[in-house]
Design a protein around this ligand. Structure first.
Ligand code: ADP
Length: 382
């Protein structure tokens, strides 16, 4: 073969290789375009905007269950990891909905966070097809709602238990009176006990009404200037009979005369409860002190007694509704177990707090701390 043939052959071979390469590159590019089209298929108009304004978490998935849109809420709840859903339960639901075409609602406990055990949150998740190419996942955080439900359930259970006791006692005593009709002495004794239980029931109902009123009302909505010196005076006065019955003296010492903003009735009720407890839980013929002093924009009303005191393990719990360190003793004194939860609520709703120092057999100091009402700047002399 002469040289010109070799050249022609080489040219043909080169051309063939080039053509095959160009074809292969074309095929690869087309495949690539298809993949792009699947994963970034345009989401119908309006859906992206809708997902971004959703209050609950919203996620849109494509046909291969890849996340193509997620709302800020979904990110905050940590539901997506790149383009994947983090929760296997939600992914399973998505697969079921693809098969059935019917939307699904599921309740699940989800662990947010990737380090350690994470925070447990309760989610209500709705999975629904969005046309036939996308899937919408909506998730609402129900953790707080569930917690409040629990608090409400406990409260109702506690109230019914607390009310049942005196009601049951009244019923038993009335039967006893009937049976002892011929014996005036016993009738009198049963009737007296019945009166005690009825009083207890009345106090409990009043305390519950007070508590629910405080919880539903914001005292700062219709706040007035409340002089603390007057609050202390009235609180002491309302406990005078109780203190005298135990030969006790309540000694107020108001070092600073200041006002706070809020409800005079509620603040007085709080201080009155603290003084009543100080008297109730102290031996006869002891003293109760009330000190008022102001510093750094805060007024402290400290009620101190030399009574039975509270053990360290009960210090936090005494502010819970219906919690009593010694239920039997509290029954004798006519306690409702609600007084301190009222104090705690009044403190919190006035932007303050209640603190407690106590030692068993030594006594207790409850300190109500409230922000002082701002004083108007003194007028400049002309
Ligand atoms: P109660 O009506 O039973 O007094 P409170 O909510 O006012 O209910 O108080 C809850 C519990 O805290 C009381 O039952 C008592 O055990 C304890 N407690 C409150 N104040 C004092 C105090 N000054 N000294 C000792 N224990 C107290």
């Amino acid at each position: 073969m002469d040289a010109s043939w070799y050249v022609l052959l080489a040219l043909l071979l080169g051309f063939a290789i080039g053509a095959v390469s160009v074809h292969l590159l074309g095929v690869a590019a087309q495949r690539g375009r298809q993949v792009m089209a699947i994963s970034s298929e345009p989401v119908p108009d309006g859906i992206a905007a809708m997902v971004h304004v959703l209050e609950s978490a919203g996620i849109v998935l494509d046909g291969s269950n890849q996340v193509i849109l997620s709302s800020p809420g979904a990110v905050a709840l940590d539901l997506v990891d790149g383009r994947a859903l983090r929760s296997p339960e939600i992914l399973d639901a998505v697969r079921r909905v693809w098969r059935s075409g019917e939307q699904e609602v599921l309740e699940l406990v989800y662990r947010r966070g990737r380090i350690g055990v994470g925070t447990e949150i309760h989610l209500r998740v709705r999975v629904a097809p969005l046309g036939n190419r996308f899937m919408l996942v909506l998730a609402a955080d129900r953790t707080e709602e569930m917690r409040l439900d629990g608090v409400r359930r406990d409260f109702v259970a506690n109230v019914s238990h607390e009310l049942k006791t005196p009601i049951g006692a009244i019923s038993v005593l009335s039967e006893a009176i009937e049976a002892a009709a011929a014996d005036p002495e016993r009738v009198r004794s049963f009737a007296q006990r019945m009166q005690l239980e009825a009083d207890r029931l009345a106090r409990m109902t009043k305390a519950l009404i007070d508590l629910s009123r405080i919880q539903s009302d914001d005292p700062l909505d219709h706040a007035e200037r409340v002089p603390i010196a007057r609050v202390v005076e009235v609180a002491v006065d309302r406990n005078r009979v109780l203190a005298e019955s135990k030969r006790m003296r309540v000694l107020p010492r108001v070092l600073d005369e200041v006002d706070v903003l809020g409800s005079e009735e509620l603040i007085t009720m709080a201080v009155q409860n603290l003084v009543a407890n100080a008297v109730q839980y102290s031996p006869e013929a002891t003293h109760v002190g009330i000190g008022v002093r102001a510093a750094d924009g805060i007024v402290e009303i400290a009620v101190t007694d030399n009574g039975v005191g509270i053990a360290p393990e009960d210090l936090e719990r005494v502010f819970e509704r219906f919690y009593r360190v010694d239920p039997a003793r509290s029954r004798v004194t006519g306690g409702t177990g609600i007084g301190l939860s009222i104090v705690k609520h009044v403190a919190a709703s006035h932007g303050g707090e209640i603190t407690l120092w106590s030692r068993p057999d030594q006594g207790s100091t409850f300190t109500l701390r409230l922000p002082i009402a701002g004083t108007t700047a003194p007028k400049e002399k002309a």
